[in-house]
Design a binder for this molecule. Structure first.
Ligand SMILES: Cc1ncc(COP(=O)(O)O)c(C=O)c1O
Length: 348
């Protein structure tokens, strides 16, 4: 049986032979004792790319976001997020469980906040209220499945939000798990997007094809507290230069090729939409995520997922009626052809 066409996530990629060779050749040290030179190079490189004072290497995007929340807030504070943001939906309540902060959520299905709503959500400075001490944005915006996913949040809206937040001295954290996808899709430099936030997290383990790793970047004072939190969360690693080497390789070789993933996502969306069984507005697919809604009211996402599985295609249900397909370097047009075959044998 041929390997399954795995569209569940862009995290499923295996390191290429060249990436593995770079990892094997990495110069390493003990990052917790006296530093790892390859980790230091990766942290410098990412900080420079994002235009920030520095960056810390951490095991996951979830930890990067957690470090950011904990660094900007104190227990009892409140954070403004979009209601389907990864931080709200998929990080096991870390903001409350680990940092004692609550979130207030806004509805912005494209990931782009309405400034008037943000203004209304910022708390009064009163002893009776929690203090609003952070606003979080996600770039690209994965979405909940109720609207197209993988949306690029516009630079203008991010700039406007940043200007507003600055006036109130509220920092912005950008969950940039797929920031490079947004930059490649829009032609806007990652630095421009990053300039609209005080701290930025980026993932190496998604479209960039690394096995593990994320970075959290920001200004000097933030980095001091972020380093302490990374330590407390157990995210400071030892001979992690082996992983950092994969990251340096990916930044060199795997960024521009994200455009191929975006083209494949559009192709896939046309195939899905063209079937009449799944609806996914191909013209709104901007990056590597396709949300496909089940048209037949008597069927659902679970049944479709199982049907695709029988045809060697793996996908994830996002909710009862929506499946998520994600393109990445380990799927191809041949895999899209397998999707087409599955659609031709649609479940009844
Ligand atoms: C938007 C977004 N942020 C953060 C994360 C968390 O990354 P990790 O799985 O490395 O913890 C993900 C993971 O898919 C994500 O999609």
């Amino acid at each position: 049986m041929a390997r399954a066409a795995d569209f569940r996530s862009d995290t499923v990629t295996r390191p290429s032979a060249d990436m593995l060779a770079a990892m094997v050749a990495a110069e390493v040290g003990d990052d917790v004792l006296d530093g790892d030179p390859t980790v230091a190079r990766l942290e410098r490189r990412v900080a420079d790319l994002l235009g920030k004072d520095g960056a810390w290497f951490v095991p996951s995007g979830t930890m990067a976001n957690s470090v950011a929340i904990g660094s900007w807030t104190r227990p009892g504070d409140e954070v403004i997020c979009e209601r389907s943001a990864h931080m709200v939906q998929w990080e096991s309540g870390a903001a409350g469980a680990l940092h004692g902060v609550q979130t207030t959520t806004l509805h912005a299905p494209s990931g782009q906040f309405d400034l008037a709503e943000v203004r209304r959500a910022v708390r009064l400075r009163s002893l009776h209220c929690p203090k609003t001490t952070l606003i979080c944005v996600e770039q690209s915006f994965m979405g909940s499945g109720d609207a197209p996913g993988g949306r690029v949040v516009s630079l203008e809206s991010l700039r406007a939000l940043h200007a507003f937040a600055r006036e109130l001295s509220i920092p912005i954290h950008m969950d940039g798990a797929r920031l490079f996808n947004a930059a490649v899709a829009s032609g806007v430099d990652v630095r421009e997007y990053a300039a609209c936030a005080d701290s930025v997290s980026v993932c190496l383990s998604k479209g960039l094809g690394c096995p593990v790793g994320s970075l959290i970047a920001g200004p000097r004072e933030f980095l001091e507290r972020a380093r302490l939190l990374r330590k407390r969360l157990g995210g400071w690693m030892r001979q992690s230069g082996i992983l950092a080497a994969a990251g340096l390789y990916a930044l060199e070789h795997n960024v521009a090729r994200l455009a191929d993933d975006h083209i494949l996502a559009k192709e896939l969306a046309s195939v899905l939409d063209g079937s009449g069984a799944l609806d996914c507005t191909p013209h709104e697919v901007e990056t590597n995520i396709v949300m496909a809604r089940v048209v037949d009211p008597h069927s659902d996402a679970q049944r479709w997922m199982e049907h695709f599985g029988r045809h060697g295609v793996q996908v994830l249900p996002m909710n009862e009626r929506t499946l998520r397909f994600v393109t990445h370097m380990d799927v191809s047009t041949e895999d899209v052809a397998r999707v087409l075959v599955a659609l031709e044998h649609r479940p009844r």
